[in-house]
Design a protein around this ligand. Structure first.
Ligand code: SF4
Length: 284
């Protein structure tokens, strides 16, 4: 849709790929086949088509910015309202979800090398990248390889969306400009000891690159946000509240009480622009 060509640097030779990938991803680059790097497991838009696309960032601090999105598959949580359950709720997974739908793994995952993913990102010609999921930090080594490659080819800003339960290893962390951390509240249905890990939250709160985004379904969720902000010292200007919803009518209905609540608390408010523009569809 927004694909266009930027005057990004040309692809580095294989030797440069090795130099870029080995320190962060552990690849040996000893032979030509290994130059392609570790595999990332991505979500799909349709079977066999990786979910890599150009769109406008729909949430949080970068809303409206043209960006390339890469959606990685797999998650370590299971939110009952998750709008990307096709990244984790595969056949045989009976954890609660409001749609109670399970997905065929083979049709909803695809493995691509870090180099192949990097090539597709650069080909879209936009110098901002958003890595989303699923939970992207589950694939840290291959993700670091991929980010090193796109950094070398003109991607100037990298955002990673995470549920905040996993610490990024240093080699990956060094390649990321912004974390959109979305800790999951009680209404997500996840056990608190899995979703809200105090040491992790404290680390994110201490990292100025981390912006917090809380998904809010009811007024009762706001007290939980306030308690987490106080416990972990999350500054109000780094804290977004965003309505839960996958259609415009629901988002508007919840925004009507959430926006004034954000104003009263001094927090930031985020809508979900992509839902209004495109609906709840893959690849947008
Ligand atoms: S953490 Fe995100 S991707 Fe994982 S289940 Fe929850 S909403 Fe879905």
């Amino acid at each position: 849709m927004l694909a266009r060509t930027l005057s990004l640097p040309v692809a580095p030779p294989p030797s440069a790929l090795c130099a870029a990938t080995s320190p962060s991803g552990g690849g040996t680059c000893a032979g030509q086949g290994e130059v392609r790097g570790a595999k990332l497991i991505l979500a799909t838009t349709t079977p066999g088509e990786a979910e890599i696309f150009a769109s406008l960032q729909g949430e949080g601090a970068s809303v409206g910015r043209p960006s390339v999105f890469v959606r990685l598959s797999r998650c370590n949580l299971a939110c009952q309202w998750c709008d990307t359950a096709y990244t984790w709720r595969f056949d045989g997974d009976n954890r609660p979800h409001r749609d109670n739908r399970a997905f065929a793994r083979a049709a909803n995952q695809i493995g691509l090398s870090a180099a192949e993913v990097a090539e597709r990102i650069v080909g879209l010609g936009i110098p901002r990248l958003v890595v989303t999921g699923g939970e992207p930090l589950l694939q840290a080594p291959a993700l670091a390889q991929m980010l090193a490659l796109v950094r070398a080819r003109g991607i100037a800003h990298v955002e990673v969306e995470t549920n905040g339960t996993i610490a990024p290893p240093p080699a990956l962390d060094a390649l990321i400009d912004q974390y959109n951390v979305s800790p999951k509240l009680a209404h997500s249905g996840n056990p608190a000891d899995l979703a809200l890990i105090p040491a992790r939250l404290a680390q994110w709160a201490a990292d100025p690159r981390a912006l917090f985004k809380f998904v809010i379904a009811s007024r009762a969720d706001l007290a939980e946000v306030a308690a987490l902000a106080q416990t972990h010292g999350i500054a109000p200007d780094r804290l977004f509240v965003m309505p839960e919803g996958t259609d415009s009518a629901t988002l508007r209905q919840r925004s009507a009480w959430l926006a004034p609540a954000a104003l009263a608390a001094g927090w930031r408010f985020s809508d979900r622009l992509h839902i209004h523009l495109y609906g709840d569809t893959r690849g947008t």
